[in-house]
Design a protein around this ligand. Structure first.
Ligand code: T3D
Length: 264
């Protein structure tokens, strides 16, 4: 699987970590049809592969992603439907990320704009390089925020800041993003790769079943009532308690040992 033949992304699988690198650096990793389809395929195959216990999405070169390829936009014919493109492209990608029961890290190495920001927001954790910036660029091209950003962004930073980012389309620095809760950690540029790898390995060596169920429970709770969330927690806890990693965690605690989680 490590040798999958992609044209617009790089795919690497090692030590339980699948790394998807958006690889169109000349356009700051703008999403064309090909990169959208390949990113979706890579997320799905990582999700389906039991040896994958953490997914990292990052960008090649100086950017994370500049969003929709605006050059490709100019080649569209009169029959083109943007609603269809969004539904069949970005929507499927961000949904696949949220439905994946593997923890996903967006390793935001540089600017994340438009749909590129949407992809970063659909991840579970965002680790940003100091030089990263965040731009909800859609209004600059007369569009509304898509790729789930109307939902994800205000949950992370609140409506006022999300609306501000939407209407100004101005860059938010990594430090401000950290203060606003948009990212989990900001890392000096020269240490970015190693810090991301350390995060990824920590997640890949964790109780993968519980991590996946946690994600499912939290996304369900976001659209639920308190009573329903409690009930769903109880249901998923039953499942988590039957995992081998649950038994291992308890054993390790009792024996004052380090747990060896296997992801089952
Ligand atoms: O129609 C639909 O499909 C709807 C879907 C919408 C989803 C969206 O994502 S809408 C938002 C689209 N994205 C943008 O509006 C951002 C456009 N890019 C920028 O504003 C700037 O490039 C950045 C602020 C991200 C970075 O600025 P800077 O100064 O660091 O770099 P640059 O010089 O602008 O870009 C470097 C190169 O990348 C440049 O090409 P060149 O001159 O070296 O040949 C530039 O044209 C190219 N590039 C950057 N962004 C895109 C792009 N090429 C195609 N599409 C891009 N989005």
């Amino acid at each position: 699987m490590g040798g999958m033949d992609f044209q617009t992304i790089l795919f690497d699988l090692s030590d339980g970590v699948a790394t998807i690198t958006l690889n169109r650096p000349a356009s700051l990793n703008a999403f064309n049809e090909g990169m959208l389809a390949e990113s979706l395929a890579a997320v799905k195959l990582s999700d389906d592969d039991p040896s994958v216990r953490c997914i990292v999405i990052t960008g090649q070169g100086r950017a994370f992603s500049s969003g929709q390829d605006l050059v490709e936009v100019t080649t569209r014919g009169s029959e083109f439907s943007l609603g269809k493109h969004v539904r069949e492209g970005y929507n499927r990608l961000v949904l696949a990320m949220m439905k994946s029961e593997k923890p996903i890290i967006a390793a935001v190495n540089g600017v994340a704009a438009g749909a590129g920001l949407g992809i970063a927001l659909a991840a579970d954790l965002r680790i940003a390089a100091h030089k990263a910036s965040f731009i909800l660029a859609f209004s600059k091209v007369g569009l509304i925020p898509d790729s789930g950003t109307t939902w994800t962004l205000q949950r992370l930073i609140g409506y006022g800041r999300a609306y501000q980012m939407a209407i100004t389309g101005e860059p938010v620095s990594a430090e401000t993003a950290l203060r606003w809760g948009l990212v989990n950690e900001v890392v000096p540029d020269e240490q970015f790769g190693e810090v991301v790898r350390a995060w990824a390995l920590t997640l890949a060596n964790g109780p993968t079943v519980a991590f996946g169920l946690t994600k499912r429970a939290m996304y369900a709770a976001a659209n639920s009532t308190f009573a329903k969330a409690l009930d769903y927690e109880a249901h998923l806890q039953e499942i988590a308690s039957q995992s081998e990693d649950c038994a291992e965690g308890i054993r390790a605690f009792i024996e004052k040992d380090k747990p060896n989680f296997i992801g089952k």
